[in-house]
Design a protein around this ligand. Structure first.
Ligand code: NAD
Length: 480
């Protein structure tokens, strides 16, 4: 008997799609996690109509009802973090520890926005006209379409869905094709949280079908997208052309600067964690290690020593430090950049070999280039794998110029004991997030997240700043 298909959730009901797609474990390609419905254009249209209908009343819903729903979802995610973390690691390939951590983060995000429901701010001001009062309030934007990537299968959806519901919007959620398991599990939890039908809808399927339909529909007031630069830019062009509100988070080529005065152990740990954990598949990964000449050789030796000890393996095995690459396409991309780096004249100082394990999966040894130059493609383009390169520089000024010398500006880190250089780096870095003596990846759930330049477009995500995207401001003048 074939396993039942995990269905889409449209207008409060579970619905088959035009087709179904298997969800494959990248640590073991013989392990099929399940089959997931692929929405047809008609399903998307019905979901949009359901979300638009639900918005008519949900926008006026009580903040207590919103609090209760978000709090319930957060509580269940936190209680089931081990089980759902396992599902996440099985479908995406990050280690079990990272998978459980991500589910806990998603739970915390829902809890945070449950609290924010009770604190939706406004302002009351005196008018320049006698006897008149001015009231400034926040109202929901409408139906919001969310398009998410595969690398954070539950945290990114959570940090879009939770604020959308908190501020009274209705939701169309389109997860990445590679990770429908977490999306479906999250939807199943949301389906029992007491929301009216149509307030939350899941439409799984292809970007070219479901994603395009959400971006094109005049009934969708706002689009929140996270993914690659190419797709993000096309989403911005199409959404802004029809006047929709849009927020996109895209790629990164994040620098970690290591100065001569750095604590070497902190520097090597920041590089190891930031460049290679989660298989380097984080938009905030530090793929460029910019090191001043006095510490360069000692830093490379310390990082290589740490890399020797790293265990690449099945994501669910407790000893694994780094899981597999997410799929064959991403693996081919990583390997092709290893070739490009060699041809450009960088030295492959460590790793970069495909690895065999007891199960068939997309295993790649973490790779470190040295003797690389800032203008090389490996230092300008996002690889999105366990590949980093070292760029040797003279001093802080050159390090800062190299750090800023890419089209991206998501996260930037520095390891130093100098207060002066840390302060100058914080101020002059062209990134949305700056890290001092901590890895470029790994952020809190209650503060803004986002970048500059080609990394981001539109208002910030997360924390109280999420309100800027998920609400629109109304100014009322009141005379007695
Ligand atoms: P992707 O752009 O291939 O896909 C992202 C989403 O867009 C998927 O759901 C996909 O189905 C959908 N999509 C594809 N074509 C579409 C179209 N024509 N119209 C609308 N939607 C479409 O990205 P990915 O490979 O899933 O994710 C990896 C990328 O995401 C990396 O570049 C990474 O840096 C980036 N990322 C950025 C952040 C951030 O916050 N800056 C966070 C995580 C990942």
């Amino acid at each position: 008997m074939t396993e039942p298909v995990h269905r889409n959730f449209i207008g409060g009901s579970w619905r088959e799609g035009a087709d179904a797609r298997p969800n494959i474990n990248p640590s073991d390609t013989t392990d099929v996690i399940g089959r997931y419905a692929q929405a047809a254009t008609g399903d998307v249209a019905d979901a949009i109509a359901a979300a638009a209908k639900a918005f008519e009343t949900w926008q006026f819903s009580s903040i207590q009802d919103r609090f209760d729903a978000l709090d319930r979802i957060g509580t269940e995610l936190l209680a089931r973090r081990e089980e759902l973390g396992r599902l996440l690691s099985r479908e995406e390939g990050k280690t079990l520890k990272e998978g459980i951590g991500e589910v806990a983060r998603a739970g915390s995000v829902f809890k945070f926005f449950a609290g924010e429901c009770l604190r939706i701010p406004g302002e009351l001001l005196a008018s320049t006209r006698p006897g008149v009062t001015v009231e400034v309030t926040r109202e929901p934007v409408g139906v919001v379409g969310m398009i998410t990537p595969w690398n954070f299968p539950i945290a990114i959806p959570a940090w879009k869905i939770a604020p959308a519901l908190c501020y009274g919007n209705t939701v169309l959620f389109k997860p990445a094709e590679l990770v429908p398991g977490c999306a479906w599990a999250l939807t199943e939890i949301i389906s029992r949280a007491g929301l009216p039908p149509g307030v939350f809808n899941l439409v799984m399927g292809k970007g070219a079908v479901v994603g395009e339909a959400l971006v094109a529909s005049p009934a969708v007031s706002a689009i929140s997208f996270t993914g690659s630069v190419a797709t993000g830019q096309s989403v911005v062009a199409k959404a802004t052309a029809r006047g929709a509100k849009v927020q996109v988070e895209m790629g990164g080529k994040n620098p970690l600067v290591v100065l001569d005065d750095a604590d070497l152990e902190i520097a090597a740990n920041c590089a190891l964690n930031g460049a290679y954990f989660s298989t380097g598949q984080r938009c905030t990964a530090s793929s460029r290690l910019i090191v001043t000449q006095g510490v360069h050789d000692r830093f490379v030796a310390a990082l290589k020593q740490k890399l020797e000890a790293v265990k690449v393996g099945h994501a669910l095995e407790p000893a694994t430090d780094i899981g597999p690459v997410v799929d064959d396409k991403q693996l081919a991309q990583d390997l092709s950049y290893l070739d490009i780096g060699r041809k450009e004249g960088a030295k492959l100082a460590f790793g970069g070999r495909r690895l065999e394990r007891s199960t068939p999966g997309f295993y790649l040894e973490p790779a470190l280039f040295t003797d690389s130059a800032p203008g090389m493609r490996i230092n300008q383009e996002e690889i999105f794998g366990p590949v980093a390169s070292v760029i040797r520089v003279r001093d802080f000024d050159e390090a800062l110029a190299v750090a800023n010398g890419v089209p991206f500006g998501l996260s930037a880190g520095i390891v130093t004991t100098s207060l002066k250089h840390a302060a100058a780096f914080r101020r002059r870095s062209q990134a949305g997030m700056v890290m001092v003596n901590v890895p470029t990846a790994g952020v809190d759930y209650h503060v803004p997240f986002g970048g500059r330049k080609s990394s981001s477009y539109g208002p910030r995500e997360q924390g109280r700043y999420a309100m800027d995207f998920y609400t629109t401001v109304k100014t009322a003048y009141i005379a007695p």
